[in-house]
Design a protein around this ligand. Structure first.
Ligand code: AMP
Length: 269
């Protein structure tokens, strides 16, 4: 496994390389990330993982500062899973300019959920994806359904620039109690993780009622009873139409963002 820290070097290393699989991450790797790596390896792709906490996708400085970092463990995980290259850039390598101006035309789906509650978030995500993909000329891009809205927005962005990169959506990996694995879970104690498990299991059991209900107040108050201080949204979307819906269907997913002990969690099912 090679660890590469600069744009020039990674571009040079990958020159003339074929069948590349790329997994962009913000580090603090867990079995969710590993499932993406394994998918790439299974396809026999030259597997590149990037680890970079992108400041421009955080609308909250505190959240950026406390984002967990476990770089040594991350590298061990990558090595164990036979990653070929880890791209580990400093901020300057991704953003060499003195003044960063972010202007991206992004699909209107950004206006909902994460885009609504985290202004500028998807603009920052697309910016970093753009910059990473200019360095790593990949054939396949592995993205998790844990961040489903992000997955769709990146896919739409790639379509809009006629990119040939194939996006591979990967299922959400969960802990035994049902909680979606997330780097932010590291910031929660066991009690909060148990509460998160209760919330997700309750929501899954009531999926169709949540979708059909025009007013979610019953479910919102239930989630609060479990211990969530604040709920940003609990919404059902039809993923074909990219519209809110009240109709259960194979294309309908429920999305939630809520706060537990000062940590914001998202999930969908
Ligand atoms: P992150 O490091 O949180 O930016 O995530 C990097 C990639 O891993 C993204 O494509 C995420 O959607 C994906 N990912 C994060 N958590 C999970 C999970 N529990 N299961 C599957 N994929 C995940």
């Amino acid at each position: 496994m090679k660890i590469i820290k600069t744009a020039n070097k990674i571009t040079l290393e990958l020159l003339n390389k074929k069948k590349i699989g790329f997994i962009p991450t913000m580090g603090c790797l867990h079995d969710g990330h590993v499932s993406l790596i394994r998918k790439s390896k299974k396809k026999k792709l030259l597997t590149i993982v990037s680890i970079f906490v992108n400041p421009f996708q955080f609308n909250n400085k505190k959240d950026y500062k406390k984002y967990p970092k476990t770089i040594l463990t991350d590298l061990k995980i990558c090595k164990k899973n036979k990653v070929d290259y880890v791209y580990l850039p400093q901020e300057k390598d991704i953003y060499p300019e003195k003044k960063i101006i972010i202007k991206n035309k992004i699909h209107y789906f950004r206006k909902f959920m994460e885009g609504k509650f985290r202004p500028g978030h998807f603009e920052g995500v697309i910016e970093v994806v753009k910059r990473l993909l200019s360095r790593i000329k990949t054939n396949y891009l592995f993205l998790g359904k844990k961040d489903y809205q992000q997955l769709i927005i990146i896919k739409k962005y790639l379509e809009s620039i006629d990119s040939k990169i194939k996006v591979i959506p990967c299922d959400t990996i969960r802990a035994k109690n049902g909680v979606a694995l997330s780097s932010r879970n590291k910031l929660l104690d066991q009690k909060s993780l148990n509460v998160a498990g209760e919330i997700i299991n309750f929501l899954k059991q009531n999926k169709n009622q949540i979708i059909k209900s025009k007013n979610n107040s019953f479910f919102l108050s239930k989630i609060k009873e479990f211990g969530a201080k604040k709920i940003d949204y609990l919404s059902a979307f039809n993923l074909k139409q990219l519209k809110k819906t009240n109709k259960p269907s194979l294309n309908t997913r429920v999305f939630i963002a809520y706060h537990l002990n000062g940590i914001r969690l998202i999930d969908n099912f």
